[in-house]
Design a protein around this ligand. Structure first.
Ligand SMILES: [Zn+2]
Length: 225
């Protein structure tokens, strides 16, 4: 039994995958000949200890297997325990580094979806219950729909399958089917807002927040170049 297990332990791929449903304490006993009643009691105690620390069987299997590459291989229970802790710490930090590298790569990525800016949602489109043909009815409510890009479809799926209560949300293509005039409506609304602002300025002078808004718009315009 022990040689069969050791034979399957290679250096590539996930240890847990290759070892299937094997318990880490059984792998330990097989690899290091820890079959005496004393060892079985010790392994039982460690199992309780590591379980309490939230360690999974997969993490423990990887640590047990990694110890076999230590020189010298530990001999006494306390040395094994130190070695297990060392390997678990190494796993933790490599997971942290991989996560950090992934996060940095994610930040550095340019925006791929122009429609949603890679957030998965298209926001501020005219609400389907407040449109009549090309007209966006007052009070001109808006809504958010999920984008048709990969991220948007992923979010859509999560909403539709949300537990305990599935939420209904329109995808962008469904939305466009129900309100094909959304672009015209939004364009008209922009013209209307500009006219409202111009009228307001004629009556009350330029509001102080106008400059702030313009500065923000300029910043976004520059960011596109
Ligand atoms: Zn998108």
């Amino acid at each position: 039994m022990s040689s069969a297990v050791v034979g399957r332990v290679g250096n590539s791929g996930s240890v847990a995958e290759r070892l299937g449903g094997l318990r880490w304490s059984d792998l330990f006993a097989s690899l290091y000949g820890a079959n005496s009643p004393e060892w079985q009691r010790t392994l039982g105690t460690w199992a309780v200890l590591f379980h309490a620390e939230g360690r999974s069987n997969a993490e423990m299997l990887a640590a047990v297997q990694a110890i076999s590459r230590h020189t010298p291989v530990p001999q006494f229970p306390t040395q094994f325990l130190d070695a297990l802790r060392l390997e678990l710490r190494r796993q933790d930090s490599s997971v942290r580094e991989a996560t950090e590298a992934k996060r940095l790569a994610e930040i550095a990525k340019p925006i791929r979806c122009k429609r949603c800016g890679d957030c998965g949602w298209v926001v501020g489109v005219p609400h389907v219950e407040f449109v009549a043909g090309p007209e966006w009815l007052k009070p001109r409510r808006s809504m958010a729909v999920t984008c048709d890009c990969g991220l948007g479809r992923h979010i859509h799926g999560r909403w539709e399958n949300a537990q305990p209560e599935a939420k209904k949300v329109l995808s962008f293509s469904e939305y466009e089917g129900r309100n094909p005039h959304w672009q015209t409506q939004m364009e008209l609304r922009r013209v209307e807002v500009a006219a409202e602002m111009a009228a307001h300025e004629q009556q009350h002078g330029a509001p102080s927040w106008r400059r702030t808004v313009e500065a923000i718009v300029r910043r976004y315009a520059n960011a596109d170049r």
